[in-house]
Design a protein around this ligand. Structure first.
Ligand SMILES: [Zn+2]
Ligand SMILES: [Zn+2]
Length: 384
């Protein structure tokens, strides 16, 4: 695919707006705090606006629109669009165009927030050059939606309007207009922005890579707390079509719970989820790459025999997981049809599960033993 022509002109709108509200916050917050203590109503109201804005970005902009991991009705979409607009991160079309490019060209020059260019570039500096054009070919599906076209066309007035409504609501709740502006708008925007930007910067730098080492995205529990579940970014870049980012029930991923509940009450449909056996195969492949890298560092003495063992064991495991997935799918189909084959397929499934579980134990033991091996010392030079 040909490279996008980089546009290096400064985006003055973004620079002045983002720079301006940071300066305003820096000046007005101490001025406000010198004069009074914010009320509990103001703090809780601002916290609610922060939560709702970030949740609308993750549940709406990211998982509903940019990745289409589920479908929902116009009422839920309108709520997500209202609070997404409140987050001041551009229109859905703009956001999704940038984000889809990021996934397709991750860690390259065509990635708008390429983490290879360093923390500050991927965190915020990328927004200050003129690359933020909606590229139709990236969002051709979303362009068919008149509501999204409307939001894009009138984004600036809509963004001002929803933020005035939010500040006015806080003012009505607290009777403190200055506080509503400084805490409920400036400070809330600062937190919403930096928490989202951490996904492009820190979530590509600080954490583990259990699912794939083919990209810079990492998993990080602390970031998942700050970003409402988006900290499981290594999984997300490996399986971007999954509605979940933290796939274990205990992994903090609020949009996952929201979408799950929406599905249960009939308000979300076509919810996409990657099969757990496909995930297992990917995990084994990631382990294999890590082991081969470690074995290379051990030196030639160990290399060939150990590398051959890694290949053999990982191939056997992935073959078994593939077979298990085929049998599981066939079992589910047969069960639906109330076919006689069900019993036979169930027995085969149990058998395969037992054998996979044994092979998995052997693999883990082999991994531990191999990873605990140290590089052998270079042979001492013979003295004359
Ligand atoms: Zn990313
Ligand atoms: Zn994404």
């Amino acid at each position: 695919m040909p490279s996008e022509t980089p546009d290096t002109r400064i985006d003055w709108t973004n620079l002045l707006f983002i720079g301006g509200y940071h300066v305003a916050l820096l000046i007005l917050l101490p001025v406000y705090l010198m004069d009074r203590v914010p009320s509990w109503e103001l703090i809780l109201g601002s916290w609610a606006l922060w939560t709702l804005s970030l949740m609308a970005i993750t549940t709406g902009y990211h998982r509903l629109y940019a990745h289409r991991t589920y479908k929902t009705n116009r009422v839920i979409e309108s709520v997500l669009l209202f609070f997404g607009t409140l987050a001041v991160q551009g229109s859905v079309l703009q956001w999704s165009s940038d984000h889809r490019m990021h996934h397709k060209h991750v860690d390259s020059d065509d990635d708008p927030y390429n983490a290879e260019k360093g923390f500050w570039h991927s965190h915020m500096l990328w927004m200050f050059t003129g690359r933020r054009l909606v590229r139709d070919r990236w969002v051709h599906d979303l362009l068919k939606d008149p509501v999204l076209r409307f939001q894009h066309k009138y984004f600036a007035p809509l963004m001002v309007l929803v933020n005035i409504v939010a500040v006015a609501a806080l003012w009505a709740l607290t009777g403190d207009l200055f506080g509503a502006f400084v805490i409920g708008f400036l400070a809330r925007l600062f937190l919403v922005h930096h928490c989202t930007w951490f996904i492009n910067s820190l979530a590509h730098m600080w954490g583990s890579k259990p699912y794939s080492t083919e990209h810079s995205a990492v998993n990080n529990f602390i970031l998942s707390l700050l970003t409402f579940g988006e900290g499981y970014h290594n999984y997300h870049h490996t399986f971007a079509g999954d509605y979940r980012n933290g796939i274990r029930w205990y992994q903090f991923d609020p949009p996952k719970y929201v979408i799950w509940v929406l599905k249960k009450v009939g308000l979300a449909r076509d919810v996409k989820q990657v099969n757990h056996l496909t995930i297992k195969r990917k995990l084994i492949n990631a382990d294999k790459q890590m082991l081969l890298e470690h074995i290379r560092s051990l030196g030639q003495a160990h290399h060939d025999a150990l590398a051959a063992r890694v290949e053999e064991m990982s191939t056997q495991l992935t073959t078994q997981y593939t077979a298990l997935k085929t049998v599981s799918d066939a079992y589910a189909q047969a069960k639906k049809r109330k076919d006689e084959e069900v019993l036979h397929l169930k027995e085969r499934m149990v058998e395969l599960r037992r054998s996979v579980s044994q092979d998995m134990q052997d693999w883990k033991q082999f991994m531990n033993e191999t990873l605990s091996m140290e590089p052998s010392p270079e042979p001492a030079l013979e003295r004359a």
